[in-house]
Ligand binder design. Structure first.
Ligand SMILES: Cc1cc2nc3c(=O)[nH]c(=O)nc-3n(C[C@H](O)[C@H](O)[C@H](O)COP(=O)(O)OP(=O)(O)OC[C@H]3O[C@@H](n4cnc5c(N)ncnc54)[C@H](O)[C@@H]3O)c2cc1C
Length: 325
């Protein structure tokens, strides 16, 4: 079995930042990633533009040059891919970590391909794999998606977009502009408060002029093959429908964290327990990095403010290494 100083679980921007830092410190390390490099970004909408400017997405001090101030998804893929390849980072792609067990001071990591051991673990598995489900009849129909990719698919179709966050607003606007008949189903009384300030007037004006229909204070009750049933202030309404894009957010894999032994808060937010100065969890030598740290509050952490975790964690690991020597 291969033994390493450090195993990083998840090859997103923050996992890669951690590996870069580990390499600089001369540690043996491995990133294990269940998909392609930066799998979450790869699965974002194809036309997606970051809300951060490119320098705020930089890791390891490597300049990120983009055409506009805020880079597009394809530029981010290029940037993070080039970081991995040009630094020759040790990464295993399309390999999924199944379990992490600690025995004495050694971690045993099993994947769907093989097993490893290490002295330290960083869990940087993000939150993009598990959508918040609606739990309503019809949610499992093929016409329902919890991810949005490409507006072309929806041209000339009756599309319901559920949600009012940035992702829902972007999807509604793009689909409308590619010829879809779009209806937004919004739980609250208005478009989400965190919607980008430069996008808000666009969606509000499209709704006011009726180009995009919106039901506020509304909840989808059932999805059928050719319609959806929603609950509104004025009672149930049936809307003709071909496709549903349910963008109601995502959550970290809490079961995975619990199985490893990371403590989670019991207030329904599932905040994982970690030391805010070092990112070390209640399990000695096991750290969390990136957006996974926010529990159900997935908006708390993003690349901009979590890339710093790499230096915090590796700084702590190196101080432990020095006190061992
Ligand atoms: C539409 C959208 C727009 C965004 N725009 C911005 C922005 O402008 N600025 C910003 O700072 N942030 C933005 N974010 C947030 C940002 O993309 C995420 O914060 C970022 O992906 C976090 O990086 P991460 O490395 O923590 O997690 P992720 O990028 O999600 O990486 C986690 C990785 O772990 C892998 N993984 C999961 N489980 C396993 C397992 N068991 N075994 C192996 N691998 C596993 C996943 O495949 C994934 O590649 C945006 C998010 C979305 C959804």
């Amino acid at each position: 079995m291969k033994h390493l100083d450090l195993i990083v679980i998840g090859g997103g921007p923050i996992g890669i930042a951690c590996a870069l830092e580990a390499k600089k410190k001369g540690l043996s390390y491995l990133i294990i990633e269940k998909g392609p490099i930066v799998n979450s970004l790869f699965n974002y909408p194809i036309n997606m533009q970051f809300f951060s400017s490119s320098e705020k997405l930089e890791i390891g001090g490597v300049p990120f040059i983009s055409k506009e101030t805020k880079p597009k998804r394809d530029e981010a893929l290029e940037y993070y891919r080039r970081i991995v390849t040009s630094n020759d980072l040790n990464i295993h792609l399309f390999e999924k970590v199944i379990s992490v067990l600690k025995e004495d001071s050694t971690f045993h990591v099993s994947t769907d391909k093989t097993a490893y051991s290490s002295d330290y673990i960083i869990v940087a598995t993000g939150f993009y794999d598990i959508p918040n489900l609606l739990d309503i009849p019809g949610e499992d129909l093929a016409k329902v998606s919890h991810y949005y990719k490409d507006p072309h698919f929806y041209a000339m179709q009756k599309v319901a977009v559920i949600g009012a966050s940035n992702s829902a607003v972007d999807a509604a606007l793009e689909c409308y502009r590619k010829g879809a008949d779009v209806t937004m189903i919004i739980r609250g009384a208005e478009i989400g408060k965190r919607v980008k300030y430069w996008v808000r007037p666009d969606i509000e004006n499209r709704i006011t002029e009726g180009s995009i229909k919106a039901y506020y204070n509304a909840k989808v009750k059932e999805i059928r093959l050719s319609e959806i049933i929603i609950d509104t202030d004025k009672g149930p309404v049936a809307i003709e429908n071909d496709y549903v894009i349910a963008l109601t957010g995502y959550k970290p894999n809490f079961k995975f964290l619990e199985k490893i032994g990371v403590q989670l808060s019991k207030d329904g937010k599932y905040y994982p327990h970690y030391d805010e100065r070092t990112m070390e969890t209640n399990i000695s030598n096991l750290y969390l990095a990136g957006v996974i740290c926010g529990g159900m509050d997935t908006h708390l952490w993003f690349i901009e403010n979590s890339r710093i975790h790499a230096q915090m964690i590796l700084g702590h690991i190196m101080s432990k290494q020095q006190s061992k020597a």
